[in-house]
Design a protein around this ligand. Structure first.
Ligand SMILES: Nc1ncnc2c1ncn2[C@@H]1O[C@H](COP(=O)(O)OP(=O)(O)OP(=O)(O)O)[C@@H](O)[C@H]1O
Length: 252
C-alpha cells in the first residue's frame, strides 16, 4: 500500500512547459512513491509525453521543479540516466541489429550495465538472441524495448504507450513484465490510453487534461469520483467511463 511516508521516486511541482505559444503542461504537480506503478492517462494532446520527457531529463521545464529520487533530471542528466530507464521508440533501432547486439550496444552506454545473458533470460529472449530486430514480432520487439530500458539497472522506468498496437496475448505478457518489475522494487511510470491496462496494473493514476491534473487516485477512487461526477452509482462505472466523465465534464 502506498503512503506519503514512502520516498518519492518522482516529484513534480508546478511544472509548466510551452512550445512557442502552445501551453503543453500548465502548473502540474504529482508525486510517485518508490515501488509503485503510476499511470498517466488523458486525452490526446493533454501533455502526458511532455511531462514524462521532463521526468526523463529530455526537456527543460519552463517553470516548476522535477526531482527523480531527489535529483534534477535535466540539470544532472548524467546521474539521472543511471536512475531512469526509458523505453525506446521503434525508429531508434536499426533493423539489422540482432537482439543481443542491441542489448550490448545499449549496455556500452552505462558504467555498470546489467548482464546481457541475464536480461535475455529475464525477458524470455534467449532463443531470439541472434534474430535481427526487423524479424521480431510486435510482442518480441516490445520485450526487447523493456530489456533496453533495463540495461542501466534503473530505479524508475518510464513506459509511454507500452502496449499500443499489441495483440491481447502480447499485451498481457507486457503487463506481467511490468508487474515483475514492480515486484523487483522498480518504480514504473506508465503513460497509457487504455483504461483497462491502468485499472489492472496501476497502484495510482493521474488523469491529465489540457496540461493540468484533473484527478489523482487509485483506479477505484477515480471510478468512484467519475461516477459521482456523472450522478451514477459506481457499480455501473469502470475506469473508462470515469475518465470520460472527469475529462469531458470539466471543459464542457
Ligand atoms: N515538439 C513540439 N512542438 C510543438 N508542440 C508540441 C511539441 N510536442 C508536443 N506539442 C504539443 O503539446 C501538446 C501536448 O503534447 P504531448 O505530446 O505532451 O501530449 P500527450 O498527452 O502525450 O498526447 P498523445 O496522447 O496524443 O500522445 C499538444 O498540443 C502537442 O501538439
Amino acid at each position: 500500500m502506498t503512503t506519503h511516508t514512502t520516498a518519492a521516486a518522482l516529484e513534480i511541482t508546478g511544472l509548466c512547459k510551452q512550445y512557442g505559444s502552445k501551453v503543453a503542461v500548465d502548473d502540474l504537480s504529482l508525486r510517485v512513491a518508490e515501488g509503485e506503478i503510476f499511470g498517466i492517462l488523458g486525452p490526446n494532446g493533454a501533455g502526458k509525453t511532455t511531462t514524462v520527457e521532463c521526468a526523463e531529463g529530455l526537456r527543460r521545464p519552463d517553470g516548476g521543479t522535477v526531482r527523480v529520487f531527489g535529483i534534477d533530471p535535466y540539470r544532472d542528466r548524467r546521474e539521472a540516466r543511471t536512475l531512469v530507464g526509458a523505453q525506446l521508440q521503434e525508429s531508434q533501432l536499426q533493423d539489422k541489429l540482432t537482439v543481443a547486439e542491441a542489448i550490448e550496444l545499449y549496455a556500452s552506454f552505462y558504467p555498470q550495465p546489467a548482464d546481457t545473458e541475464a536480461l535475455l533470460h529475464r525477458l524470455g529472449l534467449t532463443d531470439k538472441r541472434n534474430t535481427r530486430y526487423r524479424r521480431l514480432s510486435g510482442g518480441q520487439k516490445q520485450r526487447l524495448s523493456i530489456a533496453l530500458a533495463l540495461v542501466g539497472n534503473p530505479r524508475l522506468i518510464v513506459f509511454d504507450e507500452l502496449t499500443t498496437g499489441l495483440d491481447p496475448a502480447a499485451r498481457r505478457e507486457s503487463w506481467r513484465m511490468v508487474e515483475q518489475l514492480r515486484d523487483n522494487g522498480i518504480t514504473v511510470l506508465l503513460v497509457t490510453h487504455y483504461a483497462d491496462e491502468a485499472e489492472r496494473l496501476c497502484d495510482r493514476v493521474a488523469l491529465i487534461q489540457s496540461g493540468r491534473r484533473a484527478a489523482t487516485g487509485t483506479p477505484v477512487e477515480l471510478i468512484s469520483a467519475g461516477a459521482s461526477h456523472a450522478g451514477y452509482p459506481s457499480t455501473r462505472f469502470n475506469l473508462d467511463d470515469a475518465i470520460v466523465a472527469l475529462t469531458t465534464g470539466e471543459e464542457s
